[in-house]
Ligand binder design. Structure first.
Ligand code: ATP
Ligand code: MG
Length: 278
């Protein structure tokens, strides 16, 4: 298994800045080329993006991104606010489809299937490529129902006992079961923030996805809850392919950490790392 980190390659025109972070990256005029740090291509990728451009109306948010996500690899994307990290992540399971002004060009394949082909079932796609959002968003239903919902609509269980088993297994994998096993009928929204995020992870893995997309999954959490989710991601990567957007260098889990930290090829990354973490 392999982990790499990349900056948002080619994701240019980062107009937005992140004043609260106090980074020295507000003016990108000094950065000639956006460059990927880490190896963007792998043999036999789980997903591959080629020459992806994304537009919101006539504003281009992503420019010519080509990138592979290897099987059972964690790929971590870092970069300044507004550079297109969430946009790119959403192209991987067509969540951008629900934004009417959003247009995606280029090719994105899941194994050898073009996920943007006309007859792609997006509900099925999003079961294969699940997503965990920045802010935990449990359904206003019980803990049990939050996890059972996906397996039920996808017909993954043939009996109540089977469904119970999937729910328990998913909650265990999300490292939440012991805390909620006596409260499965209580609302998911009544859990703490960190528990809610683990519930959302359980919900995502309940349909046995092949890829999990995570968009800053810890940014709404306190340090203890963050540490638990980080541990969990570490465990999940044994089984799933994960693409994560993060501001945390720990979560970036860089394959060859030294190279990226000490010899950033990419000025923007260097500024980012030194500005934020130096
Ligand atoms: N729904 C939308 N409608 C219009 N423009 C959008 C929309 N979502 C994103 N954009 C624009 O696309 C660009 C990339 O935004 P995106 O949210 O992907 O950035 P990001 O790298 O995830 O930023 P952050 O770190 O702040 O989450 C920004 O200029 C943003 O304003
Ligand atoms: Mg974002």
């Amino acid at each position: 298994m392999n982990s790499i980190a990349v900056t948002a390659d080619g994701i240019g025109e980062a107009g937005a800045s992140s004043p609260e972070a106090g980074l020295d990256i507000h003016d990108h005029s000094d950065v000639k080329d956006y460059e990927t740090v880490g190896e963007p291509f792998v043999e036999d990728p789980k997903m591959s993006a080629r020459n992806v451009n994304v537009y919101y109306a006539d504003k281009q948010a992503i420019m010519d991104v080509s990138l592979d996500i290897g099987k059972n690899e964690v790929i971590a994307m870092i970069g300044p606010s507004g550079c297109g990290k969430s946009t790119f992540l959403r192209t991987l399971n067509r969540m951008n489809d629900i934004i009417p002004i959003c247009r995606v060009e280029g090719n994105i394949n899941l194994e050898d299937q073009d996920i943007y082909r006309g007859d792609q079932d997006t509900v099925l796609l999003r079961a294969r490529v699940g997503m965990v959002f920045q802010k935990p968003n449990p359904f206003p239903k019980s803990i049990y129902e939050n996890v059972a919902y996906g397996p039920r609509i996808h017909g993954l269980a043939h009996s109540k006992a089977e469904l119970d088993e999937i729910v328990e297994k998913s909650l265990r994998r999300a490292s939440l079961f012991d805390e909620v096993k006596d409260a499965l009928d209580k609302p998911g929204t009544g859990l703490s923030g960190g528990q809610q995020q683990r519930l959302c992870i359980a919900r995502a893995i309940a349909v046995s996805p092949e890829v999990i997309l995570m968009d800053e999954p810890c940014s709404a959490l306190d340090p203890i809850a963050t540490a638990r989710i980080e541990e969990l991601i570490d465990e999940l990567k044994e089984r799933y392919t994960i693409a994560i957007v993060t501001h945390s260098m720990q979560q970036a889990e860089v394959g060859d950490t030294k190279e990226v930290f000490t010899m950033p090829k990419h000025e923007l990354t260097e500024n980012y790392i030194t500005g934020r973490f130096g």
